[in-house]
Design a binder for this molecule. Structure first.
Ligand SMILES: N[C@@H](CCC(=O)N[C@@H](CS)C(=O)NCC(=O)O)C(=O)O
Length: 211
């Protein structure tokens, strides 16, 4: 398997999951220019990371990659089996992270894509922070009294939450204010697989796991 990723991005989640699975894989870290190259656009028409290549399968879209990895690696315990209530819950939370939490960050990182007013960039970023806060509040409430996002075991949903919760540690209302989210992210930040991924990316968890 080969994952196309970029340091610090949502593709961090898929890289963590590949580490959890423990089968041989390769990662190529792309910069912004490489994501828009003609060669990469052939496998990911949106010019974004992640993309997973698994044999003949070329799979863009983070959530699709996570579900593919769960289904192909049932022994790895990275997600519940089909036909269980936990599996339904997994779908629900992956959709929420992919379709709501993740897009709420885009105006923060790319405000110029969300306004034609060059004086309005800071306002767009401020609005993004409010939306992210709304989503993190929702996830925080869900996590009250729970060890992990879905069922009673670590899963791809926790890995998906990880990079995004990390992005918000520097926000006006930081991730550390969402006590249940912070608790899960601290556990993940100390996970050996997550540390391997950070080392490969040349960065560190945003959360201070000692604190
Ligand atoms: N719908 C895609 C979105 C992926 C995405 O937005 N990736 C970001 C990194 S977190 C990216 O590559 N952005 C580059 C760009 O938007 O030009 C997915 O869920 O995989």
């Amino acid at each position: 398997m080969k994952l196309y990723s970029a340091a610090g991005t949502c593709a961090t989640a898929m890289h963590i999951v590949l580490e959890w699975i423990g089968k041989p894989y390769e990662v190529e870290h792309l910069d912004f220019m490489a994501m828009k190259s003609a060669e990469y656009l052939k496998i990911n028409g949106s010019g974004v990371v992640p993309t997973l290549v698994d044999g003949d399968l070329i799979l863009p879209e983070g959530m699709a990659i996570l579900l593919h990895l769960v289904d192909q690696n049932s022994a790895a315990n990275i997600g519940p089996a089909h036909g269980t209530p936990e599996r339904v819950d997994l779908h629900k939370w992956l959709v929420y992270i992919s379709g709501t939490l993740h897009p709420y960050f885009w105006p923060y990182f790319m405000p110029q894509r969300f306004t034609t007013d060059e004086n309005g960039l800071e306002a767009v970023k401020a609005a993004a922070q409010l939306l992210v806060g709304k989503a993190l509040t929702h996830i925080d409430q869900h996590l009250e009294g729970k060890h992990w996002m879905v069922g009673d075991a670590k899963s791809v949903a926790d890995a998906f939450l990880y990079p995004m919760a990390n992005w918000a540690y520097g926000f006006d209302v930081p991730t550390s204010e969402y006590k249940n989210v912070d608790r899960i992210i601290r556990k993940l930040a100390a996970d050996p697989a997550v540390l391997i991924v950070h080392a490969a990316q040349g960065n560190s968890p945003k959360v201070n796991v000692e604190g």
